[in-house]
Design a protein around this ligand. Structure first.
Ligand SMILES: Cc1cc2nc3c(=O)[nH]c(=O)nc-3n(C[C@H](O)[C@H](O)[C@H](O)COP(=O)(O)OP(=O)(O)OC[C@H]3O[C@@H](n4cnc5c(N)ncnc54)[C@H](O)[C@@H]3O)c2cc1C
Length: 473
């Protein structure tokens, strides 16, 4: 297995003709890595180029981490189909590749008579989306299932298959498998310009030129800018910010399910959800902004969430807050994905993957690969991908510090570095020497959880940074 990962300061190719790629995917978020993984099945020269120093470092690192069923999608949309297919694909893949998933189920709660009247319509919509396990709950059953709910809940729609998932392991698993199968990953590599070079595209990147026959644009918030290099003016990405609050693990016993509001024309609304790390999330907001880098949390946003949270789960507001964060949805003014192939240009644009891209990622990967074949890319016969088995970072499965067998084999798994999250020296060492090592201490945090607990790295931060610096090439 030869793995090719390049970073700032290293060449991205010798310039010889055999360094040309068959396909280049721009953007290594959860969508781009899923597409690269799917392409890795074929004997193609594939590149995955990413502006950041790590994979999954854009919107994909800051979402609500729900593996949706798609029960409430617009049944006629491409998004509905890809979410429906994607959640089955990802649930099966997670089980085999070490991505933590918990099927906690969701309760979509009606807080007034008007919302109660909408539940049967949402049930019918779920049926139209091919989801047949949803059912109505009366106020009594709802209170028994979620005893800490605020007063006034009149009933709910139960969606038993809504699940929580680790958002960070998912693109990491895809990218790891893709590079192990031969995809070249170029980090710190921003695409600045794209020119037609007669039968291929000549990309000007922050690390020099790169030539490719086919191009896939999975640049998330910047997909519209990549698209304009082809003379298109089809869509504009307007970031829709979602701020979230992460509550301490002591809050976890307050909530059993994902608690959803009845959606309105303004969006899906504010939810309360457990995480696979044992915390509780409250959010997200939904704010149209114009700055694609504005991932700050604001006092107004936090106040808004606290007010919503007080109604849903009053006791949650008495719990400690561990962290706040914000992610930007790549909204394009249309409530559907904008996935479009251009055969004459040997190009596929993957835009508008706003609120469900984590869930749909594997189905998007398969769909885009099919579109590339339709535009003339010869795929040949698929081959099996090398397996990937990521170390578990979820609370519902045995963590290394609790595994006497592992500790007996290697005492580093019994040496805690991050005491809040019980992350061991063995896990940090493994992440630093993994197929795709982190590009920053924050990337190490996403791979291991070190520093994401209640002290936010106050105690272990220096030790974790020292380990990171020591392992840097
Ligand atoms: C608040 C919030 C909550 C959400 N909740 C959920 C949820 O519960 N479940 C769910 O399924 N989905 C959810 N989503 C949606 C999901 O997070 C996104 O759909 C998904 O992360 C989009 O992935 P992406 O790969 O398209 O974009 P990104 O992750 O943003 O990746 C795009 C990448 O392209 C790179 N790039 C951009 N321009 C260039 C360039 N010129 N050259 C090279 N690289 C470039 C960027 O650096 C970035 O890494 C949520 C989103 C938000 C914001």
């Amino acid at each position: 297995m030869t793995v090719t990962i390049t970073r700032a300061g290293e060449p991205i190719g010798s310039g010889a003709a055999d360094d040309d790629y068959d396909v280049t995917v721009v953007g290594a978020g959860v969508v781009g890595t899923a597409i690269a993984r799917e392409l890795a099945r074929y004997r193609l020269r594939t590149a995955l180029v990413e502006a950041s120093h790590d994979i999954g470092n854009g919107t994909s690192k800051a979402n609500t981490a729900i593996l949706h069923t798609g029960f409430d999608a617009d049944p006629d949309s491409l998004e509905a189909r890809l979410v429906r297919e994607g959640r089955h694909l990802l649930a099966a893949y997670a089980a085999e590749s070490g991505i933590p998933v918990e099927r906690v189920g969701a309760l979509l709660i009606a807080w007034d008579e008007e919302q109660l009247a909408l539940l049967p319509k949402l049930l019918a919509k779920a049926e139209r989306n091919g989801y047949h396990a949803a059912r109505m709950l009366g106020a009594g059953e709802l209170a028994a299932r979620e005893p800490h709910l605020g007063p006034g809940a009149l009933g709910a729609l139960e969606i038993p298959d809504e699940s929580i998932i680790c958002p960070w392991s998912t693109p990491l698993a895809y990218a790891t498998q893709a590079v192990r199968a031969g995809v070249h990953l170029h980090l710190d590599c921003r695409v600045r310009h794209i020119a037609d070079a007669g039968g291929s595209h000549l990309l000007t990147t922050s690390r020099g030129p790169l030539r490719t026959r086919y191009l896939v644009n999975a640049a998330g918030l910047h997909a519209d800018e990549i698209d304009r290099h082809f003379g298109h003016d089809g869509f504009t990405v307007t970031p829709r910010r979602g701020q979230l609050i992460v509550f301490d693990k002591l809050a976890r016993e307050l909530v059993g399910h994902i608690l959803l509001p009845v959606p309105t024309a303004a969006g899906k609304g504010v939810l309360v959800a457990p995480t696979v790390f044992g915390n509780v999330l409250l959010g997200p907001t939904s704010e149209e902004i114009d700055d694609k880098s504005a991932t700050d949390s604001t006092a107004d946003g936090i106040d808004f969430l606290r007010e919503k949270g007080r109604r849903i789960l009053p006791a949650l507001l008495d719990e400690e807050i561990t962290a706040v964060y914000a992610g930007l949805r790549a909204a394009t003014g249309r409530e559907d994905y904008r996935i479009q192939e251009y055969p004459a240009l040997r190009y596929v644009a993957v835009g508008g993957i706003r609120s469900t891209g984590l869930t749909a990622s594997m189905a998007i990967g398969a769909h885009v690969t099919g579109l590339l074949a339709g535009t003339g890319l010869e795929l040949g016969a698929p081959r099996a991908l090398p397996p990937v088995d990521l170390p578990n970072v979820g609370e519902a499965f045995p963590r290394p510090y609790r595994r006497a067998d592992l500790i007996a084999e290697d005492p580093a798994y019994g040496t805690l570095v991050c005491h809040c999250e019980q992350v061991t020296l063995g896990e940090i060492r493994d992440a630093l020497h993994s197929t795709i090592p982190p590009g920053s201490p924050d990337g190490l945090r996403r791979r291991t959880r070190a520093g994401s607990g209640r002290c936010q790295g106050f105690t272990c931060g220096a030790a974790v940074r020292a380990l990171y610096e020591e392992a840097r090439p």
